[in-house]
Ligand binder design. Structure first.
Ligand code: 6R9
Length: 664
């Protein structure tokens, strides 16, 4: 458990409160705290009736459902089970013949600033045509398709096309390595990969297709029958005869009509791999109806979406935020959204502000790590400060991915939102499918650094290790007591792990989020104090410490043992620190530096650059209990540079702490 004490202290001292303006309340869909409380009361009184009403109002059903919740096989909850629908139909076809038909669905800005637009009608045609291409390549309902693509209109098209034919997609973030890709292909048993030759990020051309080839060549990927490659840049890439085809070739001659395949409500819409507390990433499986319902509803509630909004979520489609708030939610809600290929710091660190001005963005949703790095850039260089751009189009700001510190919150509020725009600090996870604890802009008074209150229907609570509620002001374990439609259904291929990870018996059947939290004494507002398992949050990316350890010890010619912990970092939230015992004598000086670099690059190859440890320390051994368990809490203190004041009576080899504390 990481110590939540410093965060708890800051909850207790944070007393700034920002009430929504009367005008914001008046214009909002959920207007005022009374309206929020009424929805919560409705959900409390009869949860099934509440969810049934929303599912009927917000989704287009091919066949209506008759049973709302099937809880006969807990925790494998089933929602709206006998209903039938199609996610792509709900995002596209349903808008045809309405004013949304000719509205812009996506404004795409490429890395180099070039802008492309597609209307809903055009997007439907593109999705249908690509869906036909997938079918022509042998992809069928129920198959899994890996998507390894840059942020592009085609990335969204590929996801929607899978949904259209009832194939389950698994998007792999473009920063993951060949090895990580191979593991996901194998675990999912995928039949196809959709990729691009290269991706453009920060003016650099980075390979994607070559990594797919490398991953498949590692073996065990015989299930892959076809690889479709978008020619994103003019540079040629290697194509394997018989298996590979370009995107242009695949759609050539395909019609722009493709009837959606209506699937059962519980049909797996996607599997998205995320890090857990053990070595192997988990394939989080989401349903079609429950996921989509929440994707649409949270667009309407949390972002209070209006027809004239220009919505911009900066997340990559490789993460859950890019699934719910790029690929599905905005389309299901009929929004116009901006999709951005590049990075916030290219060609300069004012790119985000410049794009907000250029496209008249009204809702801006990004991560604390981006905000912190842009604060730093603006403080170092006046020219990239947001004050240089006209941000008057903004009306709402959002934050996601990690706790936002009150200082960053205040900077965002003042310098980007001009104290006019509410900030929705949305707490949620890959497993929750959409927001679960968040302010509503026209209702909730805001407190910097707090995600405030659960959404209606989300029975969030803080409990102790036996599942008993703890009083406000006392920290504990965040749980959600009742099931809700957008929750994770299972871990792909591993139902036992699903049960064990999320519904431990001592917690009375509550969903265990894996985060610590505390509620404020006065308002009962939630503040997330960070993960309580072995998961790190580096720049908003989830990384399992065990996953990185496994990668390190996989370098069998060098590494005997490794332990990985997190250390607080001003910019990235947490930084990865690895303690390594080599098979040879402990290196020092330049030699230690060279080996550390080699190991860092190795981890980059095993998992991806985001998993590279920032700091690698070498020791003769690791601090262990007499029973042989690595004492991670001591390593955390060492990583932070703290003096050890903790109990070390069970430590076998106390002298090692001093050695590890030296920075080689
Ligand atoms: C959506 C997403 C989930 C973990 C989660 C928590 C952290 C996300 C947060 C937040 C504090 C917020 N987290 N949002 N912590 N405040 N507003 O990020 O999903 O990648 O699965 O990460 O991120 O620790 O458990 P995912």
């Amino acid at each position: 458990m990481s110590s939540p004490s410093s965060s708890i202290e800051s909850v207790l001292v944070e007393n700034r409160v920002f009430e929504p303006s009367a005008a914001t309340v008046a214009a909002a869909r959920v207007s005022g705290m009374k309206a929020y409380e009424a929805l919560c009361a409705e959900a409390d009184k009869d949860p099934e009736a509440f969810w049934a009403r929303l599912a009927k109002e917000h989704l287009a059903w091919h066949k209506p459902f008759t049973q709302t919740l099937d809880a006969s096989d807990k925790p494998f909850y089933k929602w709206f089970q006998d209903g039938e629908l199609n996610a792509s139909h709900n995002c596209l076809d349903r808008h045809m013949g309405t004013p949304v038909e000719n509205k812009t669905a996506i404004v795409f800005e490429a890395d180099d600033g070039a802008v492309t637009r597609v209307t809903y009608k055009e997007l439907l045609a593109k999705v249908s045509q690509f869906a036909n291409a997938l079918k022509a390549r042998g992809v069928k309902t129920g198959d899994r398709v890996i998507i390894y693509m840059p942020m592009t209109i085609e990335g969204v098209v590929a996801m929607q096309a899978c949904a259209r034919i009832g194939a389950t997609h698994s998007v792999v973030f473009g920063g993951f390595s060949a090895k990580a890709l191979q593991e996901r292909i194998q675990d999912a048993g995928a039949v196809a990969v959709v990729t691009a030759n290269y991706q453009m990020r920060g003016g650099k051309e980075l390979p994607l297709k070559a990594i797919v080839d490398e991953g498949i060549a590692m073996g065990g990927c015989e299930s892959i029958k076809t690889v479709i490659t978008l020619q994103r840049t003019p540079t040629a890439c290697h194509m394997v005869a018989g298996r590979d085809i370009t995107w242009a070739e695949a759609i050539a001659g395909q019609g722009t009509d493709c009837p959606p395949v209506f699937v059962g409500a519980e049909h797996p819409l996607f599997v998205l791999y995320t890090s857990g507390s053990t070595g192997k990433p988990k394939g989080v499986q989401h349903s079609t109806a429950g996921f989509l319902l929440w994707a649409r509803l949270t667009m309407l509630w949390t972002f209070d979406l209006r027809p004239e909004d220009l919505f911009w979520c900066t997340a990559d489609i490789g993460w859950i935020t890019g699934h719910t708030y790029v690929a599905y939610g905005p389309l299901a809600a009929g929004a116009t959204q901006l999709v951005f290929e590049g990075v916030p710091t290219y060609p300069h660190a004012g790119r985000f502000w410049q794009m907000i001005e250029k496209h008249k963005v009204s809702i801006f949703y990004t991560a604390p790590t981006a905000i912190r790095s842009l604060i730093k850039a603006a403080e170092g260089d006046e020219k990239v400060h947001p004050k240089n751009w006209n941000l008057d189009s903004l009306r709402l700001l959002g934050s996601v991915g990690e706790p936002i510190n009150p200082e960053a919150w205040m900077w965002y509020f003042r310098n980007v939102g001009h104290e006019r725009c509410p900030i929705v600090d949305t707490f949620w996870q890959t497993e929750t499918g959409g927001h679960v604890i968040t302010p509503l802009p026209g209702a909730t008074p805001l407190v910097p650094g707090s995600c405030t209150l659960p959404l209606p229907g989300i029975d969030a609570a803080i409990v102790d290790e036996a599942g008993h509620d703890v009083p406000n002001g006392a920290g504990g374990i965040l749980v959600i007591k009742k099931p809700w439609p957008s929750m994770i259904r299972t871990i792909w291929g591993d139902p036992e792990r699903f049960k064990k990870s999320y519904f431990p018996p001592e917690l009375k059947g509550y969903y265990l989020a894996g985060d610590g939290a505390v509620r404020s004494a006065d308002r009962g507002y939630f503040r997330i104090t960070g993960r309580i398992d072995d998961v790190l949050n580096v720049s908003g990316h989830r990384m399992g410490t065990m996953e990185i350890e496994s990668a390190l010890v996989a370098k069998t010619d060098m590494v005997a043992e490794a332990a990985v912990v997190g250390r607080p970092d001003d910019l990235t939230g947490e930084a990865i620190v690895a303690f390594v015992v080599l098979k040879r004598a402990r290196p020092t000086g330049d030699e230690a530096k060279a080996i550390a670099k080699e190991l860092r690059d190795w981890v980059g190859k095993e998992i991806g650059p985001i998993a590279k440890p920032k700091d690698i320390r070498f020791g003769d051994n690791l601090p262990k209990t007499r029973s042989g368990k690595i004492m991670r809490r001591l390593l955390r203190a060492v990583a932070k540079g703290e003096a050890i004041t903790q109990d070390i009576s069970t430590l076998e080899n106390p002298a090692i702490l001093e050695q590890l504390a030296q920075n080689n």
